[in-house]
Design a protein around this ligand. Structure first.
Ligand code: PFF
Length: 465
């Protein structure tokens, strides 16, 4: 009976792993991690982020995969049926809905940034990075983001690419794509770190990333020198842990629902988290030495990577090729992530509404594309203060709302569901960990530590405690 609900199944554990890594590794690692680290002062922020990944991200990812594999359906149905089986309220399905909405919001800005990467493939190929300096690189990027037409074109193209793969289904569409592209991205990042060692201020970049100085991150000072404590960076770090691991919205849950029964959940999770974290740290090591060597500002915002790396490509031997390849791979990484952003919604529409995959993809693509127009305009026509709320553009607001509020909230509910709504026996059976001691530790974390941690960070950042 349960098997009937499966839409698709990965051909092997390796295929699941690659797809999950494909989902996790994306713009979050290479675009977002460096720029938010730069905005929040470096090492202490990185440390908080790593703690969030280890203490909350990994246990929640295990919970998501476990629930998905047990429910064998889209997150909304999975949570509803599992709740029913355990005699709990059907309202738990609401967590699945929250995830579907978060996916739309994220895709509507993700696709615009992926569009930047698409545009930069052409820039690199045409040799436009040749001899760039910090200033000219900033101008090149400004010319792109300042043009609504260009942004709209690339955003549309990326959305179309995503929907074509989504329409074909995870197995034929996605598996092949990630199998060899992910390792290549890794190699290219290593080359860039090597370049940063040779040509950048490596030691300063390294210390910036890894020296922990809490006072710089947690105290915000006014121009008059008045400093007050703020816990907001912790919320941003926590939100990013969810974002980068694709957690809190059912993406990994739905991938888990396609996972073969015999694969180890704990082992897979650990490998996914390690690979994802390594890519982020390597991106940081490639970027910050150049930021300092070129006299750029680490806190420059969302354009940081797109302004910094072209300088490297424009000045290194063979940079035209390396640059083209890099943005090509960045697009692939973003592609395999964006597909997973809509998989919960696609699985819902095909399983519950009986739409075909192409139809579901079309419907979702058009909706996210329209929403994305707001993100496009945030960089040009709507960038002015009159269009901002609390100093944030629509683009910033969507990112903040989805990453720092919806995903951690989704993660909180998933932890509560796995730790409290599900019986210990069901969880133990599905996780099937070899060591009972290790299961006990996970169970403790998912019941107490993760929910308490997320709640505390929320309350703290909103100033309630
Ligand atoms: N993890 C992706 C990244 O780091 O780029 C973004 C993402 C994908 C977030 C899928 C959430 C998700 F469900």
């Amino acid at each position: 009976m349960a098997e009937k609900r499966i839409h698709n199944q990965w051909s092997s554990r390796l295929a699941f792993m690659l797809a999950a890594i494909g989902s996790a590794v994306g713009l979050g690692n290479i675009w977002k991690f460096p720029y938010i680290t730069g905005e929040h002062g470096g090492g202490a922020f990185v440390l908080v982020y790593l703690v969030c990944v280890a203490l909350i991200g990994i246990p929640v990812m295990m919970a998501e995969i476990m629930l998905g594999r047990r429910g064998r359906a889209n997150p909304i149905n999975t949570l509803r049926t599992l709740a029913q089986e355990e005699g709990r309220s059907p309202l738990w399905a609401g967590v699945g809905w929250l995830g579907v909405f978060a996916g739309f919001i994220i895709l509507s800005f993700y696709s615009v940034v992926a569009g930047w990467a698409l545009a930069y493939i052409i820039e690199a190929m045409m040799g436009h990075f040749q001899g760039l300096s910090g200033e000219t690189s900033g101008k090149l990027f400004g010319a792109l983001t300042g043009s609504p037409e260009r942004l709209l074109f690339w955003h549309s193209l990326f959305m179309l690419m995503t929907m074509v793969v989504v329409a074909r289904g995870v197995r034929s569409g996605l598996e092949r794509l990630v199998t060899w592209l992910m390792p290549l991205l890794f190699v290219l990042l290593a080359v860039l770190v090597g370049y940063a060692m040779a040509a950048g201020d490596f030691s300063r970049g390294f210390h910036y990333l890894f020296d922990v100085n809490f006072s710089e991150v947690f105290y915000r000072c006014s121009p008059e020198g008045q400093c007050t404590f703020t816990a907001e960076p912790v919320l941003v770090a926590l939100g990013h842990a969810f974002f980068t691991l694709s957690l809190g919205m059912g993406a990994i849950m739905v991938y888990g629902s396609y996972m073969p029964k015999e694969a180890s959940i704990a082992g897979s999770t650990l490998m996914i988290a390690v690979a994802d974290t390594l890519v982020a740290l390597m991106a940081g090591l490639a970027i910050f030495p150049l930021v300092f060597a070129e006299g750029l500002q680490p806190g420059a915002g969302p354009g940081l990577v797109f302004v910094t790396l072209p300088i490297a490509f424009g000045n290194m031997p063979g940079g035209q090729l390396v640059g083209t390849l890099f943005f090509l791979l960045l697009v692939f990484a973003a592609w395999s992530s964006s597909i997973s952003l809509v998989e919960p919604a696609v699985a819902f529409l095909t399983e519950n509404e009986h739409l075909t995959r192409p139809r579901a993809a079309g419907l979702i693509g058009i909706t996210a594309w329209v929403l994305g127009i707001g993100s496009v305009l945030s960089f040009n026509l709507w960038s002015g203060e009159e269009y901002q709320v609390f100093g944030k553009t629509l683009f910033d607001i969507k990112d903040y709302l989805a990453s720092n509020i919806m995903l951690p909230l989704g993660g909180l509910f998933i932890a509560l569901f796995a730790g409290w709504a599900l019986t210990r026996r069901s969880a133990e059976e599905e996780l099937a960990m070899r060591s009972p001691g290790l299961f006990g530790k996970w169970y403790f974390v998912i019941r107490y530590i993760a929910p308490a941690g997320i709640t505390l960070v929320f309350l703290n950042a909103t100033g309630l405690i």
